[in-house]
Design a protein around this ligand. Sequence first.
Ligand SMILES: [Zn+2]
Length: 147
Amino acid sequence: MQRPAAEALLRAHRELVKQGNGLLIFDAYRPWYVTKIFWDATPSEKHQFVADPAKGSRHNRGCAVDLTLYDLRTGREVPMTGMYDEMSERSYPDYAGGTRDQREHRQALRTAMEAQGFTVFDTEWWHFDYRDWPRYAIQNVPFEEIR
Ligand SMILES: [Zn+2]
């Protein structure tokens, strides 16, 4: 990730540790060519769940992160209202289903992230964009070339 976004993420993590949870990161920076692969592999009726390569993804800018909470005591993922990368309405951050505990966990993640300048994506409870994303270019640097 871009350094200011990574530092904001670390602050969110430190707040969540006080509640007994850590941040489990699924994905962060992603080269543009990967966005293209995802788009091509996804049926068109599900395209609202993947970034359009014509516009690029905020992941391509190093300003987006996909993540959830894990329980520091057990090391297990905290149950949320839907699974990571699930292509259904359960992925919406305002989805009203699931258990009360699941909705509270989802809200705890969102609250901690929003306090550090991140915004949740409207179709994915696990995806957050850092506020300065327009300042960073879309990049296509492969992982093995990152230092
Ligand atoms: Zn994402």
